[in-house]
Ligand binder design. Structure first.
Ligand code: SF4
Length: 216
């Protein structure tokens, strides 16, 4: 198996020239340089939709007004305020319920109505949906991200916040949520919820991950 990429894209770029629109520095494979104008326009047209425009303008303003000053928790509260959200849904991992309670307390203090549902709500055994019984080593009850989304949909939340949903479960939550979702916590049980810690150490302590291993 070769590690050579077949198609070059932004993940192979050292120029990052699109940041300032410096056309003379674009690499040959640059996605900006080789962009299908129709696709670009299709995306731009989407920002004309009311919700998309509201999100983009307010997200940009939060970034601009508090760049490097506000934490993600504060930015989330500020963003929710600026898009006019009144009721916030929290889809939380059971393991992060204490953190979610603290966040909910903050939201309530800031005047939001809050409704939260943890991943194990419904208490359905994993085996009931065909998950192998060996997976019960991490608990018998399944996480239920679709139920989390459906309950928050029923509650008619204006904005949902994902706190520590498992990889893949988060995908289904995003898929089924009616309201926009922002992620406050990306769960990583090993790093204290900081996935970048591994990426920063990939050439040192985690270099083994980069090596071919046919047994994997
Ligand atoms: S758009 Fe072009 S310049 Fe920007 S990161 Fe991608 S390849 Fe690099």
């Amino acid at each position: 198996m070769t590690n050579e990429p077949l198609t070059l894209s932004c993940i192979d770029c050292a120029a990052k020239a699109c940041k300032k629109g410096e056309a003379e520095k674009y690499p040959a494979f640059c996605l900006t340089k080789n962009m299908d104008p129709a696709l670009l326009q299709e995306a731009l047209d989407c920002y004309k939709e009311e919700e998309n425009s509201r999100v983009m303008i307010n997200a940009a303003n939060v970034e601009s007004d508090f760049y490097g000053k506000m934490t993600r928790v504060e930015e989330t509260v500020e963003f929710a305020k600026r898009i006019g959200a009144k009721k916030i849904g929290i889809a939380t991992c059971l393991g992060l319920l204490e953190e979610s309670k603290i966040f909910a307390k903050l939201l309530r203090k800031k005047g939001f109505e809050v409704f939260g549902i943890c991943c194990k709500a419904g208490a359905v055994p994993k085996v009931d949906i065909g998950i192998d019984a060996k997976c019960e080593n991490s608990g018998k009850t399944m996480c239920n991200p679709i139920l989390q989304a459906k309950m928050l949909n029923q509650e008619q939340t204006d904005l949902n916040v994902a706190i520590g949903l498992c990889v893949g479960h988060d995908s289904l939550f995003y898929k089924y949520s009616d309201a926009l979702v922002t992620t406050l916590v990306a769960k990583d049980r090993v790093t204290g919820h900081n996935p970048c810690a591994i990426l920063y150490n990939m050439h040192h302590y985690y270099r083994g991950l980069m090596e071919d291993n046919e047994q994997k």
